[in-house]
Design a protein around this ligand. Sequence first.
Ligand code: PLP
Length: 389
Amino acid sequence: MKKINIFEPTFRKKEILEEIEVCLDKGWTGLGFKTLEFESRWNEYTGLPHSHFLSSNTVGLHLALKVFKDLEGWKDGDEIITTPLTFISTNHSILYENLSPVFADVNEYLSLDPSSVEKLITKRTKAVMFVGIGGNPGNLDLIKEICLKYDLKLILDAAHMSGTYVNGKNKVEHVGSEADVTIFSFQAVKNLPTADSGMICFKSPAHDRLCRKLSWLGIDKDTFSRTGNEGSYKWKYDVPHIGYKYHGNSIMAAIGLVQLKYLDEDNDIRGQISQKYESELKGLDALDLVSMSNYCHKSSRHLFQIIIKESKSINRDFVIDRLYEKSIFPGVHYIDNTTYPMYKQYYGTCPRAHSYSNRIISLPLHLGLKDEDTSYVISTLKDIFDNHV
Ligand SMILES: Cc1ncc(COP(=O)(O)O)c(C=O)c1O
């Protein structure tokens, strides 16, 4: 039986290999060259002022907190309001910097609920970490207003949001300009798949400058820019910081440059698949769907999530097991992070997130799905509900 997986990346093989060949011919596969080209294409595509290419979104989340801590005078134990319904990278990054995660609850968009966030603000709160689950910007606009009101930094984990457009004040724009820093993921199954990489986009040039140094071990000049300079002292650099080896490389950037050309049309296909799921599953007694907020102009549609209704006797894990039997392999995004040992002291603080965490399922969503595949997923789900609810 054909396997229907939750994710499968699509790579434009011929074009990607040509772009990689350029790197190999030049003899430059590392930091610089294609990474710089990708950064300027990403600036053009998103309209964001500074983009720095990294080896992953996870390292970008760490750098975001490190840069703010260093330049804004944050102290160990200062608080970052965050969500428990996310991939663990989001919250680990807070712990990497000895900061304290404070978990706020989520709303119907599965992302931070503004009223829950506002109640948790204290003198030690320094930032809000927002995650646009599945590409849905939720109430990011309202969270931004709260951050402005209380002078907090807004950190946007946009791992799922490449190609999400929002209804800005005067125009439709790519998501990200709301935040003081926005971090994208180009990991293998994201909307812009490379293999592993990410982009960090700071609002302020000073933050961007420090981040570039920290991502290259704290060295003040990268090898590519030194190579271009003729004359003496090409070999010389200074090391004003303890940094990390977090930067991206030209091979990943070469893949990213090709994939970026197709991002909007790929997301249109994701949108069409999502629309079909939505129209076929809407109104089913056993489940709820996640709606888009008014702030959303176009979602990247990284995920299509269904929520098994609380009142139903049927349980999420049972539904997933039945789908597995039919060769359909969905996912769960995500398990309430406070159920993990590292975060157990916060367990029970976010009842809505916890309840969703037990009831959500992400249906297969990728460019390789045929019409008959999505029809099969829909009819299988309906059969499960008909037979067991
Ligand atoms: C919400 C969220 N944040 C962060 C990450 C980490 O991204 P990366 O794998 O690029 O480090 C992911 C990846 O799955 C994610 O889904």
